[in-house]
Structure formats: C-alpha cells, structure tokens
Write a protein of this length. Structure first.
Length: 102
C-alpha cells in the first residue's frame, strides 16, 4: 500500500468509487489535470466519457502522488505517468520480497 498523508481518520480502500467531480474536490486539483492524467494513462477510470468516469480509492492516492511529483519535482505529465508506473512496480516488488522473506 502506498504511504500517503490523508486527513486523520480518513480511510481509503479499493472499493470506494468516486466520480470525476468528487475526485477533483477531494484532491483539490483542477479538472483539467485529472483529464490530462487520464489521457497520459496515469489514471484509468471506469467508464467511457468523463461524465461516466468512476475512480477507486487507490486512484485517489495515485492522483495525490501525481500532484506531488508535478508540483514538487516539476515533472511533466508524461514523466508523472512513467514515475507512477515505476513506483507501483517498486511497491509490488517490495511486497513480493516481504512474502518471500516470511
């Protein structure tokens, strides 16, 4: 699981579903940023059109991570998408290593 700073008491799980407006409001980001991240492949919502999109709890965490990469490191959107994929792979490998060690 990614380590993200969320408001105290807020629980995010993979079964939570948010529409585009809820995600934008929850993460306090511009609508255009979310749409651009979807087009770059950094976010993969359910649904065909933006008004049908549905995002999961992990998508919310991924968006927060993307925003930090863009804001703090000034990474462009293509770089953000690549960095997120690499960070996901790293998390997966760490989890597999923990399983093998136990």
């Amino acid at each position: 699981m990614t380590r993200e700073l969320l408001p105290l008491g807020e629980i995010i799980d993979e079964h939570v579903r948010l529409n585009l407006d809820q995600l934008v409001q929850r993460c306090d980001v511009e609508l255009e940023l979310v749409i651009a991240l979807v087009h770059e492949g950094a976010l993969e919502p359910r649904g065909e059109a933006p008004e049908e999109w549905s995002f999961s709890g992990p998508d919310l965490l991924r968006l927060q991570r993307a925003r930090r990469l863009q804001r703090d490191l000034e990474v462009n959107l293509a770089g953000v998408a690549l960095a997120l994929d690499l960070l996901d792979e790293l998390d997966s490998l760490r989890q597999r290593l923990r399983q093998l060690e136990s």
